[in-house]
Ligand binder design. Sequence first.
Ligand code: ATP
Ligand code: MG
Length: 295
Amino acid sequence: MRINSEGPPPNVIASEWDDVTDVEYVTGGAQKSVYRAVVNGEDAALKLVSVFHDEEEGPDPETVLAYWQREIRVLSTCQADTLVRLVDWAPRTIAHDNQLYVAYAEEFIDGPSMAEMDLPMAPSEVVKLGLDICTALSSLHEKGWQHRDVKPGNIVYDQRYVLVDPGIAFSDEEPNITETGCMPPGTSGFRSPEQCDYWSRYGAFDGRADLFSLGIVLAIGFAGYHPYEAIAGSDATGRSLQSAIICVEWDPSCCPALPASTIPILSRLLRRHAHQRYRTADQLSTALEEILGKV
Ligand SMILES: Nc1ncnc2c1ncn2[C@@H]1O[C@H](COP(=O)(O)OP(=O)(O)OP(=O)(O)O)[C@@H](O)[C@H]1O
Ligand SMILES: [Mg+2]
């Protein structure tokens, strides 16, 4: 029986490659399917990305391949205990049902993503999450990469909080993948204001954009709801939250559930102008360490 309407069934994958066994479907979206498998002897997250897409809006095959290669390049050049690690397994393709998929393998993080956790989280856990994601972001930023999609679904927990999914990471040194006129890369409700102004400011933003997105994630962890929800309305969609982010300077009175000691940090992370935020993930780490034990 076919479990996932997008990716090939686990038995098809297991029979395709000798060095892949014990395949189980985990989750999937329109483009990417995630399986748990033993890959080259290691417990792994096997990721299959569909190269073709039915919807007219979907990215073309060259774009999908370029993002796939970028994710692999980012993960093979940046290392941190809290940035997901590639498994030693040559990326390859698999054809099924007239579809072509590209595949690669990462260490399996055996726990929920923050998107699946009960909210609000314990404040000390949110601080730990912030510290772990700062370590991951530092490893990206020092090599010139911006992640551009820091959000709860891209943070997975297993003894520590691990950042995944750097497929749309950006570097000034790299050719542009995103086509002009498309939605700016990232997820609505999590993009920094300057990320939304992508086409006019192309290349003119840096790791502080990721710090803004991390500010949204931390506020959600502490308060249990999106920090712009009171501005955008309780039936807010990603789109209306994103409009609020672009138009309004965040005010902590919108978020009464936040612990008082977190407000100076969140206020600095959520500034509309990047120069008013922390300059680096390491600076944010120092601020978070100061409140650990006090929240
Ligand atoms: N290495 C991993 N180990 C365990 N689970 C993982 C791993 N990577 C991803 N996942 C799970 O799979 C989900 C989707 O993974 P990923 O973010 O890479 O796919 P995606 O299709 O790009 O998602 P989105 O478009 O929503 O960002 C994650 O939210 C997480 O629950
Ligand atoms: Mg993701």
